[in-house]
Design a protein. Structure first.
Length: 270
């Protein structure tokens, strides 16, 4: 396998043109889950604007001369406004830079990628989207939890646990969400998990519904906590962000499908 990655040099990747922005999904955590196109972009970019959950080991793969700009947004902590981040991308591109916007997970899954692209469009800046493995699928997979299984569910809902104000999303129809699919996958929901649980219970979800929380998904220090919807308060002290929460019958499948153990964690390139 020595030199295997050198074969990437011969691939016909699209040109990363000066004055353009690539929005790249870095995946759920482990650097090895980055796409080949994302890996290529790291070596081409003049400047990298990266999020809080992007691994330093991933940034180490960047071109040595690339400027790295932190633009992380973490709940409850001071952070740059989204509008300012979007405008910074415009400014860098207009300066003739090849700009890599490196975002955790996937740019278009609760990653504000659409907002950034809209700003680029408004200012006439060319861009490319490079999808990433979202935590609601890849993060669960690292805990041995399939987002769907033929024996448990034919539908799944993805939702965010907070809106731009930091509170529970006001626009969510909780009654509709509670009854629309057997499985609900929640991003950024740890802070308001008890309140969300109460809304889902009031809408008719059974208290016995399994709740599984995957923290530091795909990294060597990944941790999983389980409980039930009617007793989420009992596990609250054991939870910490970043985390992905899954409600429903796929969580218990982990008992047989958990694979990320022992030496596999040591080789996770996390």
């Amino acid at each position: 396998m020595s030199g295997h990655f050198a074969a990437l040099d011969a691939l016909d990747f699209p040109a990363f043109a000066p004055g353009s922005v690539w929005l790249v999904g870095a995946g759920p955590g482990a650097p090895g889950l980055l796409s080949l196109l994302g890996y290529y972009a790291l070596g081409q970019a003049d400047v990298i604007v990266y999020d809080a959950l992007v691994s330093p080991k991933l940034l180490a793969l960047a071109h040595p001369a690339a400027e790295q700009i932190y633009a992380g947004k973490r709940g409850g902590k001071p952070s740059e406004k989204q509008a300012d981040i979007s405008l910074r991308l415009v400014e860098l591109a207009r300066a003739g830079k090849r700009v890599l916007r490196l975002k955790g997970g996937d740019p278009f899954m609760f990653g504000r990628g659409a907002e950034e692209c809209a700003t680029l469009v408004a200012h006439g800046v060319r861009f490319r989207i490079v999808p990433g493995i979202t935590a609601g699928i890849g993060g669960l997979a690292y805990a041995g939890i399939p987002a769907t299984s033929r024996d448990t569910n034919h539908a799944v809902i993805f939702l965010t646990g907070h809106d731009e104000t930091g509170g529970i999303p006001a626009a969510v129809d909780w009654a509709a969400v509670a009854n629309a699919a057997p499985v609900i996958v929640m991003y950024m929901a740890v802070k308001h998990l008890d309140s969300i649980a109460q809304k889902l219970l009031a809408a008719g979800r059974p208290p016995s519904d399994a709740v599984t929380v995957v923290m530091q998904a795909s990294l060597p220090d990944q941790r999983v906590v389980t409980g039930t919807l009617g007793a989420v308060a009992d596990i609250a002290d054991a939870l910490a962000a970043p985390a992905i929460v899954v409600l429903g019958p796929v969580g218990p499948l982990r008992a047989d499908l958990d694979w990320y153990v022992e030496t596999l964690r040591e080789n996770a390139f996390g």
